[in-house]
Design a protein around this ligand. Structure first.
Ligand code: ZN
Length: 65
């Protein structure tokens, strides 16, 4: 569930921030996401990915760390 669908829910907001604190690395490209504002927290799949500039999305062959 994208958090953007529930922007005013304080529990989801805190849950997303806690998730980002635990998993600050993008699950697509493996790079650390600098700021919470740049992360999309996918609650159902419990993954965090870059919201915008993800190198895995921009490249056909993402580089593994
Ligand atoms: Zn990424």
């Amino acid at each position: 569930m994208p958090l953007s669908s529930r922007p005013d829910d304080p529990f989801l907001e805190q849950f997303a921030r806690d998730s980002f604190d635990l998993f600050p690395h993008c699950q697509l490209c493996g790079q650390r996401i600098d700021r919470f504002e740049e992360a999309d927290v996918l609650i159902h799949s419990q993954r965090v990915v870059h919201r915008g500039n993800c190198s895995a999305r921009n490249s056909a062959s993402p580089t593994a760390p």
